[in-house]
Structure formats: C-alpha cells, structure tokens
Design a binder for this molecule. Structure first.
Ligand code: FMN
Length: 433
C-alpha cells in the first residue's frame, strides 16, 4: 500500500518503501499541465529516500519553475543539451546512465513521438535515446491526442521496446474535456516505481509464475444504442484489476483486457482497452496463448441489434423499441477444448440469489475449471465497492465440484489470495507432468 504520510524535507525519510532508499531516479518533466503533479512525485520519492535528478524540457519550464524542482529534488535541474557547464559536470550520456530508472512524467504526446522515432534534438530526448536503463512513462494529454492513431502507434512501438507505462487515467481533463488522458496520480506512479524495483530485486528469487502468461478481463462492456447512448452495467473493474496486479506480482506476464473503468492501470501489466463484448472477445483471442485466464469482466449478455448511425430523436412521436441480440460467450469460448485451450480458465459468477447453486450450474455449462462466485445483490456493495465475499468452486472431473468459502475481504486481498491459489495449482500441475 502506498503511504499517504507526508513529512518535511528535513525529516528522516519515511521507510514504508525501504527498497527506494538510495535508488537514483532520472525524472524527465515535459510540457503538460500535469507537470505540477511531478513536484509531488519528487517529494514522495525523496521522502522514501530516493535520489531524484530532473531534466526539465523548455516546454516543461513553462509549467513548473526550475527553482521549485531544484528545491524539492535538492539537486541542480538539467535543461540544456548544449550547456558547457552541464556537459563538463555531467553530460547527457552520463546523466542518462547514472540512474537506476528513468521516469517520464508527464510524458507529452510530443516527447512520446520523439522517443518512438528516436529523435534527439534536446536534452530530454537525447538522454532518453542514450540511456541503457529501464524507462517508465506516465502519459498526460487531451483525450483526442491520446486516442489519435499516431500516439497509439507510438505507444505500441515503445511498449514493444520494453518501455513501461502507467496511465493515463480516464476522467476530467485540465482542458475541460473528459476521457482518457489524465496523468496517473503521484501515488500511483510511486507504486509503479516501487513495483519496478521489487520485480528487479536480485535477492527476490524466482517468482512462482515466472515464464507463465496470464490473461485477465475486467470492467464492464458498453453496448452502443446510437452514437451517444449505450447499455452497460455497474462493474467498476476493481476486482479484475486487483487480480491482474497480483498475478503480475507473482511473476506472470500479464495482459489485462478491460472495458471502460476509472481504475488505475496495474503496474507491470499490459493493458488493452476495449468497449464492447465483441471487441473484448477479439482482444482475448488475440492475446492467446495463455497459461492462465481469469474472466472477471462483467460482459453484457446482449447488444443492440442494428446500432443507429445517428442519434435517435425524441420528436418522432414514437418510443423506440430496442431489439437485443446475444453477445458471444467469452468464458465458454476460451474454455472450449482444443490445442490452444489455456491450462486454467477461471470464470466469475455475479449472482443476486442462490449464489453457490447458480455458480455450480455455470461451472458445468461454461466448461471452465474454476468459478469465483460472488453476491452482487442490492445492499452487498460488491459492485463499485472495495470489498467482496467470494466462494471458489473447482471442477472435479467425474465428481461434484469442491466449494471453498472465503471470508469477506478487500478486493485487493481477494486478488492476492486468488493469485496464490492459481500459482499453487499451476505449480502442482507442473510437478505432476
Ligand atoms: C497550456 C498548454 C497545455 C498543454 N498540455 C499538454 C499536455 O497535457 N500534454 C501534451 O502532450 N501536450 C501539452 N501541451 C503541448 C506541449 O506543451 C507541446 O507539444 C510541447 O512542444 C511539448 O514539448 P516537450 O514534449 O518537449 O515538453 C500543452 C500546451 C499548452 C500551451
């Protein structure tokens, strides 16, 4: 859990994350409104004992002052590529190498494009090209800039090269619009940095799910009626995201296919965002093969037949009737026997009554291996809440399924316990074969 504690600059560092002690972070602050959040990030990193050196782009300097950055980082701020003093004290090559991790926050559309293209026309882009250290980017921009195919292509190129990403989150943007583009919060970026160092720690030993591929679905799907209206459900994605994060922490190479949610992207997880059930199925099939599949998304059972090309008008004098058609069954499709069937397929059953009985039937009907059944009835607070009470049903070939009742836990704890149960199952299977 990320500490919310704040201490003065002269106080001793908070030691909740001792792993950050002495770590050298090169932070590149580019020119976006979210640059002010990077000041909080510097402060948090310093509180945890990390050494922060900052490159501020000329555009970045329009949003935060070098004085604030220098005061918070307790170091000089690097701005010029062609600065005799900087080059003699610490040139761009040394600057980029004398770090354990390079963090770009905010990562502007411009800087991401430069990184993808390999440009080196200022200090930030040159250092990013010259570094041999891992890079974490926290994109921040207007939603249309983020969704533009150019930016998405650049992000794809960078991800393919191993650059890690946190965010952007969806929500209100500084430009007054809303959508994906908000920079991840400083605490989330801090969490991603901690995860990076935890995963890279040499004394960590091999992780139980190292070398395994996991696919997790999360969140709701939304099914359009016309260009402005849609049908959806109350899923927050909190449970699915917690499972993806926990599997990644156990070493699985994890892909998260998610519908629209306000949840931050789990660190170390490749996130694929979709909207409809059809898109979710295509994304899941594209992500195979996988050793482990966890279908935690609340996929809409039906979609609207014949989505209207234009907004349905009220003044027509008649109430439109929506005809629904069934969506593909993603869990059943992924559970189907065949050479590419994942070794373990886990489904979720969200029920409002007779939770276990319905889940037993669902387990048989879908052909999956486990079902995590939870009560989402009114008053349980499961949808949108932080806590969950689940029952784990395991198919027993040729017999009744086993049922394990878990106590009420936070969704994070359910994710962690489920990931451990999955890893025990996978390792037991490996030792049998
Ligand atoms: C008020 C204002 C806010 C801006 N916010 C962003 C932003 O959030 N994200 C972004 O990618 N670009 C933003 N820009 C545009 C960048 O500042 C511009 O592309 C600049 O060239 C980025 O340079 P850099 O990537 O070297 O820092 C903004 C520009 C202005 C004037």
């Amino acid at each position: 859990m990320v500490s919310q504690r704040s201490v003065g600059r002269k106080d001793k560092p908070v030691t909740d994350f001792p792993i950050l002690g002495g770590k050298r972070i090169l932070l590149v602050i580019a020119g976006g409104i979210a640059a002010y959040k990077s000041l909080v990030l510097i402060r948090r990193l310093r509180e945890h004992g990390a050494l922060v050196r900052v490159i501020l782009t000329p555009a970045g300097e329009r949003f935060v002052t070098p004085l604030s950055v220098a005061a918070l980082s307790e170091d000089k701020v690097y701005q010029e590529l062609f600065s005799l003093t900087d080059e003699s004290e610490m040139g761009h090559i040394r600057l980029s190498r004398a770090a354990d991790l390079v963090v770009v926050a905010p990562a502007t559309a411009d800087l991401l494009a430069k990184m993808a293209a390999g440009l080196a026309d200022d200090l930030a882009s040159t250092a990013l090209l010259a570094t041999d250290k891992p890079i974490l980017v926290a994109p921040a921009m207007n939603a249309l800039m983020w969704e533009h195919p150019a930016t998405q292509t650049n992000i794809g190129i960078l991800t393919g090269r191993g650059v890690r990403r946190i965010g952007p989150n969806a929500g209100e943007l500084a430009c007054g619009e809303s959508g994906p583009g908000r920079m991840a919060e400083p605490e989330e970026i801090l969490g991603a940095i901690v995860s990076h160092f935890e995963m890279a720690a040499p004394d960590r030993g091999p992780l139980p799910l190292s070398g395994r591929r996991a696919l997790v679905t999360s969140g709701p799907t939304i099914e359009p009626i016309d260009p402005v209206r849609y049908i959806t459900n109350r899923s927050s994605g909190r449970q699915g995201h917690a499972i993806a994060r926990a599997l990644a922490r156990l070493g699985a190479q994890t892909i998260l296919v998610t519908g629209p949610t306000a949840e931050p992207e789990p660190p170390g997880v490749q996130v694929i965002r979709i909207e409809t059930a059809m898109q979710m199925l295509a994304a899941c099939q594209g992500a195979l093969p996988a050793d482990i599949v966890v279908c935690a998304a609340a996929v809409a059972d039906w979609r609207v037949k014949g989505i209207a090309d234009h907004k349905l008008k009220k003044d027509k004098g008649e109430t439109p009737l929506l005809e629904l058609v069934e969506n593909p069954d993603i869990l059943a499709t992924l559970s189907r026997p065949g050479p590419h069937r994942p070794g373990l397929v886990v489904g979720f059953a969200a029920e409002t009554q007779h939770v276990v009985e319905h889940a037993i039937r669902k387990l048989a009907r879908k052909g999956c291996d486990w079902i995590v059944a939870n009560d989402v009835g009114a008053g349980t607070g499961t949808f949108g809440g932080d806590r969950n009470t689940v029952h784990i049903l395991r198919a027993c070939h040729g017999g009744e399924p086993t049922v394990e009742d878990w106590p009420e836990l936070s969704k994070v704890s359910v994710g962690e316990r489920l990931a451990v149960a999955i890893s025990d199952h996978v390792l037991a299977g490996a030792s049998r074969s």
